[in-house]
Design a protein around this ligand. Structure first.
Ligand code: FRU
Length: 322
């Protein structure tokens, strides 16, 4: 009896499994291959927020890359930095039966389940920049945040001659880039006499970083460097030092991550940041790989993007690849 039930369940599961694959076949048979009929593949893009310049750039990069392909249509949703909103938006895309989802999740844990549900519904998912938990997604695209953090650490060790007091203004620590940029940095300064004397989770936001830096400045008479997990954080720290009115914005070395041309790289050229490390948005790569997936080609499960270091010496000439 029990065996029968297990066998029956197995049949139901395998029928369901076939149907997921059959759905795409049916659609192709019914509508024709969109790339040949001129019909569009619909991609749902779930952006965790459009309040930060780097994310506006990511959406722009996706839009630009998609423009070159008349058979693609991208629907953008902005979750306004709320994980619950992003969960429902992913579920809406599933209900709408888009052909593929790209997601740049706010936080790993709350977005893991909605991504799994999309996969269960037979919709491929590209995870961009921040990760989800586990491996139930089609492909992850992003730069190596551990490496970037490590490079930032090594850079400061050299810059400060192996010793000094550092303030670390972290990104949202429930998102993977925050965790990885911290881990890498600790590896980069390991064995030196650089000490992190103050750290805070600034959730990637400049006003938070400015506020936290204000309290770091009031507690520590000697601060040699600030490691901001992104350029807005490093810039917020600079503003706090300037506001303090003791001229410490000129002695403290500020280092950030992102290197948008009109943000971090600008700050480096203006002498506000000593360095910024590029964090590519991956927008173009997301579209390239989405097309491959939609056409049934295989893609790598993990696609790692490179980074570049920008300092005053090389900012005009496009930085240096690491
Ligand atoms: C924008 C941002 C970037 C950062 C990235 C990490 O939301 O905070 O500044 O590099 O997210 O996911």
């Amino acid at each position: 009896m029990r065996l029968c039930a297990i066998a029956a369940a197995g049949i139901v599961i395998s029928i369901a499994g076939c149907q997921a694959g059959k759905k795409t076949e049916d659609r192709l048979a019914h509508e024709g291959d969109p790339s040949k009929t001129g019909k569009k593949y619909v991609i749902g893009m779930s952006q965790c927020n459009r309040g930060e310049p780097w994310r506006v750039q990511m959406d722009k990069d996706i839009e630009e890359a998609a423009k070159a392909h008349p058979d693609l249509e991208v629907l953008f949703k902005d979750a306004q930095n709320k994980a619950e909103t992003q969960q429902s938006q992913v579920r809406e895309f599933v209900q709408q039966k888009v052909d593929l989802i790209i997601i740049s999740p706010k936080e790993a844990r709350p977005l893991t389940r909605p991504v799994e549900e999309a996969m269960d519904a037979g919709i491929p998912v590209i995870v961009l920049d921040r990760k989800v938990e586990g491996d139930k997604y089609t492909c992850f695209i992003g730069a190596d945040n551990v490496k970037i953090g490590r490079e930032a650490g090594k850079f400061l060790v050299e810059l400060l001659g192996g010793k000094g007091n550092v303030v670390e203004l972290k990104g949202l620590m429930t998102s993977t880039p925050g965790q990885e940029r911290h881990k890498g940095f600790m590896e980069g300064i390991a064995g030196s006499n650089l000490k992190v004397v103050f750290d805070a989770d600034c959730q990637w936001l400049e006003p938070n970083a400015q506020r936290e830096m204000k309290s770091a400045l009031s507690r520590f008479p000697t601060i040699d460097a600030v490691y901001g997990h992104n350029d807005p954080s490093a810039h917020g720290a600079y503003l706090a030092a300037r506001q303090e009115g003791k001229g410490r914005e000129k002695t403290i070395k500020f280092v950030g991550i992102d290197a948008l041309p009109h943000e971090g790289v600008r700050y480096v050229k203006d002498g506000i940041l000593t360095a910024t490390f590029q964090y590519p948005t991956g927008g173009q790569e997301a579209i390239e790989n989405a097309l491959k997936i939609l056409k049934g080609e295989k893609v790598e499960k993990n696609i790692t993007l490179g980074t570049r270091r920008f300092t005053k010496d090389n900012a005009e000439t496009g930085g240096e690849a690491l």
